[in-house]
Design a protein around this ligand. Sequence first.
Ligand SMILES: *Cc1c(COP(=O)(O)O)cnc(C)c1O
Length: 364
Amino acid sequence: MMTAPRLEIDLNKIGHNARTLVERLGKRGISVTGVTKATLGSAEIAATLLRAGVNALGDSRIENIESMRLGQQSAPMTLIRSPMLSQAQRVVRSANVSCNTEIEVIRRLSIEAQQAECNHGVVLMVELGDLREGIMPDDLLDCVRETLSLPNIDFKGIGTNLACRSGVAPDARNMAMLTELAEQIETTFDLKIGTVSGGNSANLEWALSGAEIGRINNLRLGEAILLGCETLHRQPLDGLYTDAITLVAEVIEAKIKPTLPSGQIAQNAFGETAVVADRGQVTQAILAIGRQDIDPDGLQAPPGIAVMGASSDHLILESDRFELAVGAEVVFQLNYSALVRAMTSPFVSKVIATASGDNSCGAV
Ligand SMILES: *Cc1c(COP(=O)(O)O)cnc(C)c1O
């Protein structure tokens, strides 16, 4: 019997998703950086993405890049979060390129790259409205100027990141601004910019809509590859698998219970006060997984089963159709938040599914 809880990872489906996006965007002159940060630096997933034709791997954590580097000596890898000053040495040793917003950090990368006798690529991230990371557009030229002057630093280009903090959608206006900034840099410094990275999975709607692409020639895609959806409305993308990664958990209690708690109601384990309607008796099951391992709001149960709540180690389901016996397994689809937590939980094993077809939804 297989261990539970577990993530079942279908490399064929992930490869298909990545290849499909690489092809569709390739027709528009856009390359794909395969973002692995939700996979905890999985060597198998990294290899799958490279085989599918991504031009580089991108990750937000240097630890993940270091572990992928063990299996991929020569693959281009980009650190997509601004490096910590305290990790600059590790960054130049394992990542070929990093995304940056602070000149102080780039100066340190330059010193570390000189010491390591290597060159390090720098993409400057620009703030275009989402108010997460990014250099203010008015400060960009000064930052480029100093970046160009630093020894052992290669100025690779510019990028932006939208739809993460504030949900600002990539559109004709902000993408045209990025193009304009790229051209301004080229004119000012008489150079040709290599990378103009327009964003993440939230950019797909814009990139595939037939819109004017301008100078954008790269997207950094994670969720769209792993979960098969775009991220502005979380709609499935045409022709992509949405079940490349599923979560399996095991029933440890199955009972008929009342819906109404009895006793005086105070705070629960997470400081919430439950407000419950009386729906009579229900079939309740408890699975051996909890908030420590997943985001319960990010789980999609099979039809006929509903996720009712979770504490640290217990996930509570109700089922009107299924007999959820002790020992039964339930298969869930996950959103990004649930996926990231499950990947980082040491209590959830990661199983590379070999044959597809054995991971259909439902209680087994
Ligand atoms: C996470 C991240 C991405 C990938 O985002 P997805 O929504 O998973 O495609 C791209 N760029 C940056 C800077 C990120 O932090």
